[in-house]
Design a protein around this ligand. Structure first.
Ligand code: HEM
Length: 472
């Protein structure tokens, strides 16, 4: 079936590389043209067809785990060369997915955040020390890279009690640059692979090089596991859980290779998404003085006026308005912008005409569609004046009134984000502490610029820092 598609399609390369579009920003390109394309449309990229869905009703159908299942989008599928059957890249019917999921879910439940609270506070304090110095020297700081260091540190410490010593230098640890380039390589690999002959040859050569790079990462992970074993102590972190807790009553343990896949998965999935969200939140707060004033009023009420105050575990859920700021940020900028679904059995979606096809659209288990979250979150039927940044959309009475699947920043069902509570708890702590301490002044002519790797991230967002309570 042919669906609406973006204007300017070119015969060979398709829609993704239409004249005048920047091939490095597909999400923003789609967002710019998608408004006129309706709830379901297609995009051709180098001979391959992708079907996008963003209408609330169709997304609601796709989110039914009884009828549909997560499938790996092409960029995600290529990550398997590095993270194999780790939670994010596993197929739901691979036994290791269920085993690792059931083992780790309790460690990511809301009450378990008590265990990570101090790590999150400690890493935030380390960032604050760096920013304090910048404030004293009158230097601007580049927000996204610093927040990325912070989120990487907190997941590394929480997952395997490892530090990258991120705040000691401006440089990024080689482990991190290596896995970031591996992941970006894999994410872009599918484009290359679809160019016949030349593309395949290039991919093989580059795959080899990427795998060599990856060996360095795997060696480090093996060393971390070996050191933990040699230490002989049980450590209560995620690595400890995976190494010491059986996955069934027969005493079976997660396979050693799978443990390494999970550690790398948590590092990768756990940091850029969260730091992107934090950076977008700070960006919006510097643009919305009224919202910022309400955040500050709440902080002063809950934390008091000591600039070094830290929210306790119990205070985090009391910062309700700040939490709504995070929710609204992830509405406009869901930093993991899509997820893919396939039917378990041949079925029809949009039977009521919602797919713009009389009688609906038939899908077989070989078909897949991409839920395009940034557009879902701007559906004007559900989100009036969708471009406006308004945290009060997330007041409980509005949450109750919305269709169930209108807001999906963490994906859906059993394959939804395992780190959701971790990300939200961390986001509230970090924003609370930074905003309680500093006034942020962006460069006057800064316009929001977003890079796209697997995630969305503001770039070039630099702010001057002044202490809210004088130099003291
Ligand atoms: C899955 C978003 C933070 C670990 C997902 C999915 C989304 C998502 C949309 C589903 C992907 C799909 O269906 O293909 C986000 C966002 C975050 C965030 C927006 C921050 C604001 C985290 C953190 C961690 C994490 C902090 C780890 C500590 C994972 C894992 C999965 C996942 C392991 C795969 C779960 C499974 O399939 O069993 N995330 N995530 N994420 N996320 Fe997150």
């Amino acid at each position: 079936h042919a669906f609406p598609h973006p204007p300017g399609r070119r015969r060979v390369v398709g829609d993704a590389f239409a004249k005048g579009t920047d091939p490095t920003t597909p999400v923003q390109n789609m967002l710019a043209v998608s408004r006129d394309l309706g709830p379901i449309y297609e995009m051709l990229a180098l001979g391959r067809k992708f079907v996008f869905v963003a209408g609330v009703d169709l997304v609601g159908e796709l989110c039914d785990d009884k009828r549909f299942v997560k499938t790996l989008a092409p960029g995600v599928h290529d990550l398997r060369m590095f993270v194999g059957d780790g939670l994010f890249t596993a197929h739901t019917d691979e036994p290791n997915w269920r085993l690792a999921h059931d083992l780790l879910v309790p460690a990511f439940a809301k009450p378990a955040m008590r265990r990570y609270h101090d790590v999150m506070v400690e890493t935030t304090d380390e960032l604050i020390d760096v920013w304090e110095e910048a404030a004293s020297d009158g230097h601007r700081v580049d927000v996204s890279p610093w927040l990325t260091k912070l989120t990487l540190e907190s997941i590394a410490r929480a997952a395997f009690s490892h530090t990258f010593a991120s705040f000691e230098t401006e440089e990024v640890d080689p482990f991190v640059t290596t896995f970031v380039s591996s992941m970006s390589y894999a994410a872009g690999r599918s484009n290359l692979a679809s160019i016949p002959l030349v593309g395949r040859h290039l991919v093989r050569r580059r795959d080899r090089r990427a795998l060599e790079r990856h060996r360095y990462i795997d060696d480090l992970l093996q060393r971390i596991v070996a050191e933990r074993k040699a230490g002989g102590e049980q450590v209560d972190d995620l690595l400890g859980r995976m190494m010491d807790v059986p996955v069934d009553t027969a005493g079976t343990m997660l396979e050693a290779q799978n443990v390494r896949h999970q550690i790398l998965t948590l590092l990768v999935a756990g940091h850029e998404t969260t730091s992107g969200a934090l950076s977008f939140a700070l960006y919006h707060l510097t643009r919305e003085p009224e919202v910022l004033a309400r955040v500050r009023a709440e902080l002063d009420e809950v934390l008091g006026t000591d600039p070094t105050a830290t929210p306790t575990f119990e205070q985090v859920p009391k910062l309700r308005y700040l939490r709504r700021v995070v929710d609204e940020t992830l509405r406009l900028w869901p930093t993991a912008p899509g997820f893919a679904r396939s039917p378990r059995e041949t079925t029809v979606i949009g039977a009521d005409g919602g797919a713009g096809v009389p009688g609906g659209l038939a899908m077989t288990p070989q078909d897949s569609v991409l839920v395009f979250i940034p557009q879902l979150h701007r559906d004007p039927h559900v989100w009036p004046d969708p471009e406006r940044f308004d945290p009060d959309r997330f007041l409980p009475e509005h949450n109750r009134a919305r269709p169930a699947h209108a807001y999906k920043p963490f994906g859906t069902g059993e394959r939804a984000c395992i780190g959701r509570q971790f990300a939200l708890h961390e986001a509230v702590i970090v924003l609370a502490k930074l905003l309680h301490r500093f006034d942020l002044t962006p460069e006057p002519d800064y316009r929001l610029t977003i890079t796209e790797r697997l995630t969305l991230m503001p770039v070039g967002f630099r702010v001057g820092l002044t202490r809210r309570w004088g130099p003291g």
